[in-house]
Design a protein around this ligand. Structure first.
Ligand code: RB5
Length: 142
């Protein structure tokens, strides 16, 4: 199950992401927002992040205008490693090295073509499980 959270700046791109997940047969829970009316991104960041932190969802995808605010807010939730990615290399590396459990993107930064590729890489790349990466992730939690 994938937790989704966005603000008004990310709403339109999130609709594309939802369509893409449906085409891939992947289940999601949409924690809002639900329109382009102006809202506060921390509300939706925290709802989606809590769903991932509690284990209700395995991964999460967050979108705001820049991806910055929503990733900062999500990373305040214990156990969340939200990675802001606007390129394919970062999306792959953050899964392999950081075992990132949430992906954040900015809808005013990249278009839907690249965003959906980044989503696929984020969802399809396993954590390396290398000892040094496990150790570093544990250090983040301490
Ligand atoms: C909303 O205008 C915008 O500030 C928000 O989507 C995001 O970019 C914040 O980091």
């Amino acid at each position: 199950m994938i937790a989704l959270g966005c603000d008004h700046g990310g709403y339109a791109l999130m609709q594309e992401v939802k369509k893409h997940l449906e085409e891939r047969g992947l289940e999601y829970k949409d924690y809002g927002c639900y329109s382009e009316e102006s809202v506060d991104y921390p509300v939706y960041a925290k709802k989606a992040a809590n769903a991932v932190a509690s284990g209700e969802c395995e991964r999460g995808i967050l979108i705001c205008g820049t991806g910055i605010g929503i990733s900062i807010a999500a990373n305040k939730v214990k156990g969340i490693r939200a990675a802001l990615c606007h390129d394919c290399f970062s999306a792959q590396a953050t899964r392999e090295h950081n075992n990132a459990n949430m992906l954040a993107m900015g809808a005013r930064v990249i278009g839907p073509g690249l965003a959906l590729k980044i989503v696929d890489i984020f969802l399809d790349t396993p954590f390396s499980n290398d000892e040094r990466h496990v150790r570093r992730i544990q250090m983040i939690e301490e």
